[in-house]
Design a protein around this ligand. Sequence first.
Ligand SMILES: NC(=O)c1ccc[n+]([C@@H]2O[C@H](COP(=O)([O-])OP(=O)(O)OC[C@H]3O[C@@H](n4cnc5c(N)ncnc54)[C@H](O)[C@@H]3O)[C@@H](O)[C@H]2O)c1
Length: 333
Amino acid sequence: MKTIIITGGAGFIGSHVVRLFVNKYPDYRIINVDKLTYAGNLANLKDIEDRPNYRFVKADICDFDAIYALMQEEKVDGIIHLAAESHVDRSIKDPFTFARTNVMGTLSLLQAAKLYWESLPEKYEGKRFYHISTDEVYGALEMTHPEGITPPYSTKASGAHHEAYGDKFFTEDLKYQPHSPYSAAKASSDHFVRAFHDTYGMPTIVTNCSNNYGPYQFPEKLIPLFINNIRHRKPLPVYGKGENVRDWLYVEDHARAIDLIFHKGKVAETYNIGGFNEWKNIDIIKVLGWEPSLQFEEGIERTVRWYLDNQEWMDNVTSGDYQKYYEDMYKGR
Ligand SMILES: NC(=O)c1ccc[n+]([C@@H]2O[C@H](COP(=O)([O-])OP(=O)(O)OC[C@H]3O[C@@H](n4cnc5c(N)ncnc54)[C@H](O)[C@@H]3O)[C@@H](O)[C@H]2O)c1
């Protein structure tokens, strides 16, 4: 039996990872550690919150004492670390919070894991620290169509994508060139994770993935924001000419990749996970047998449908009512 802490499990991607692990591994103990910032919403996990192999702990990853005590109490074997401040626009307004959570919070987790695992007779044997990061640490994808046309986010398309925009993909050996306080803080946390492997021998893995979309995403991010604005007949805010190139990854595909890499990934390895072909050089598909199950057209259709079918969720989040959920659910537990 494995005991795993998943940090940020009440957030967008984290809730999908928690759900997948709780459902798929009834023998594991899954501990969701989340501070419940504005981005954390326990209603995302309503369907699994009463499972015997699931526990929610409200804690700040920067609180070293709390995390260290939890690791000892639960005899934690693995950490899947998703907790972060994740919204670029917010990082431009308030970079300190991003440095605190993304850098110091990651360091606090690493140090707690190090002290606990090194105290065990087996030390790092069978242990794993898996850090989820972003491809934004590599800077922007500079792919522009020769005629200035906004690239299609489509393809059965990966082939066509290659042809039209050349062979420019993020690869894991690219230079780190973060441009926003968000990506600078994530880049810094990636370096700390690698340093804990190189310095102490901690079994770490880092993945840098592209933009996720799908159910349960907080409606300040592009796709749910657009869906919500369209519902309320509000204007759609687009940066510049709207020609930024982004690679989109359906969140459940990302959760599947995280499951695979957590179990089969090579220690000290960095994997890039993208919706198209950006993992080209590292051959995730060939090496680990993962590929995205959804093309963008199908994924976006499924996503729009989910938001339209779950208007109560959206109204709850946009009105701020979801923040009372913790009080109602966990008061007195
Ligand atoms: N969303 C994307 O497209 C994307 C792409 C690449 C990488 N990532 C990375 O994946 C991870 C999850 O992203 P997301 O979109 O689900 O983010 P999110 O903002 O939806 O969720 C973040 C979660 O972390 C929690 N949290 C924040 N600060 C905390 C703290 N100090 N202590 C404990 N919990 C805290 C929040 O309450 C929230 O539940 C992040 O590390 C992000 O950098 C996201």
